[in-house]
Design a protein around this ligand. Structure first.
Ligand code: SAM
Ligand code: SF4
Ligand code: SF4
Length: 369
């Protein structure tokens, strides 16, 4: 029988059952971790499946036909997700991003969007509700998502050249369909749209300038993400990381750029504007300029594990509370306790002697980006 590669760990079986403190005060809307970072941003993965096999995220050799994706009964239901979202909002979350895997593969996602769009922050404002997608199904779904209350989308696109793009998604998926998805999102008003490009030296760095030229002046913000050592399956190497400084230099040589202020505290992207007024770009320098100091993001996996860092090896099993009849107050107390213990800052420590052993990092497709 042919040997087949398997994930080094089954990262999905290691969530801790959270402790529920007996006499926790009710949420105040401001929850700080050990580094005084508030909880503001919740990323919810709605599926661990994807129709792409980007090699930096779900390499085919691991995520093949025999890969044990989660059975439907293990996924949080829309009702469970909404219930948890409410508790997170009580603790101060203002922004919710739906992700995956590929979130548009989750059946009836617009129903979840409508449920989340109905929630209000402590100040009575609607959530900042957004979605990250590979856009393969966006042309078909943009209208329903908008009507359900989604505000905007972020689209992942790593190249404009069709051959390069097909090779990178490893499913021979054409770039034209992604561009059609972006157009449809623009047409229905799911903006301002962001486009994320993961840059890998020697793989798609020659696409930086064509991408910049294409999206300049379109109202779409193109953001360049440094290739990260997330998960354990992608065979990450430092020499494949193209530092953002180099992206800036390459674009700046053709189109002069000036720095912009951050929109919000804890924003992942450094913003730069084209001096001629043709819009802006973003640089997400997770490897060369860590931004853990302001990291206010929590991640909820498809099966209800709470992760405090993209590079965490263990989650906290909120689903066991949901399905074990815990009250909202008990769930709020447990989340409060977990966040107050949070000390994660993996990117700051990467490569240093203090860096934790990360042989069992969770996969990006499981907790979302
Ligand atoms: N499937 C959706 C998509 O691709 O937009 C959502 C999930 S995907 C895991 C979220 C984001 O993570 C994408 O923008 C993707 O490019 C990014 N990503 C995945 N693996 C990465 C890596 N190793 N380094 C940097 N970004 C990565
Ligand atoms: Fe799928 Fe997104 Fe991962 Fe690519 S980056 S394999 S589209 S989940
Ligand atoms: Fe946040 Fe962890 Fe990324 Fe640092 S490494 S910015 S703590 S998710």
């Amino acid at each position: 029988m042919a040997e087949r590669s398997i994930p080094l760990v089954d990262h999905r079986s290691i969530g801790r059952v959270p402790r529920v403190p007996a006499a926790a005060p009710p949420p105040t809307g401001v929850l700080l971790d050990t580094r005084q970072r508030p909880l503001r941003d919740l990323r919810i993965s709605v599926t661990d499946r994807c129709n792409f096999r980007c090699s930096y995220c779900m390499p085919k050799s691991v995520f093949d036909r025999d890969h044990p994706f989660l059975p439907h009964k293990d996924l949080l239901t829309f009702e469970e997700i909404t219930r948890l979202a409410k508790v997170f909002i009580a603790h101060g979350v203002q922004k919710v991003r739906l992700t995956g895997g590929e979130p548009l593969l989750r059946k009836d996602l617009d129903r979840l969007v409508a449920m989340l769009a109905g929630l209000r922050t402590a100040e009575g404002r609607p959530l900042d509700l957004t979605l990250t997608t590979n856009a393969s199904l966006l042309a078909r779904k943009a209208r329903d998502l908008k009507d359900a209350g989604l505000q905007r989308v972020t689209v992942s696109l790593d190249a404009l050249d069709d051959a390069v793009f097909r090779r990178m998604n490893d499913m021979d998926f054409p770039v034209a369909d992604v561009l059609a998805g972006i157009e449809a999102a623009q047409a229905v008003g799911l903006g301002p749209i962001k486009v994320n490009m993961v840059v890998q030296r020697g793989v798609n760095d020659h696409e930086i300038l064509p991408m910049a030229r294409h999206f300049r002046g379109s109202g779409i913000v193109l953001r360049f993400i440094e290739y990260m050592d997330v998960g354990v399956t992608n065979g990450w190497r430092m020499d494949q990381v193209l530092p953002s400084a180099e992206v800036l230099e390459r674009i700046g040589r053709e189109f002069p750029l000036v720095p912009l202020q951050a929109n919000t505290p804890g924003e992942t992207a450094e913003r730069w504007a084209y001096r001629d007024g043709a819009g802006e770009i973003g640089l997400i320098s997770s490897v060369t300029r860590a931004f853990c100091r302001d990291c206010n993001r929590a991640r909820l996996s498809t099966e209800g594990q709470l992760y405090l860092c993209l590079f965490a090896s263990q989650g906290h099993d909120l689903r066991s509370l949901l399905r074990g009849n815990a009250s909202d107050e008990q769930i709020a107390a447990a989340i409060g306790h977990i966040w107050q213990q949070r000390d994660d800052r993996y990117s700051e420590l990467r490569g240093s002697a203090q860096a934790p052993e990360r042989s069992a990092k969770v996969e990006m497709s499981y907790i979302g980006g």
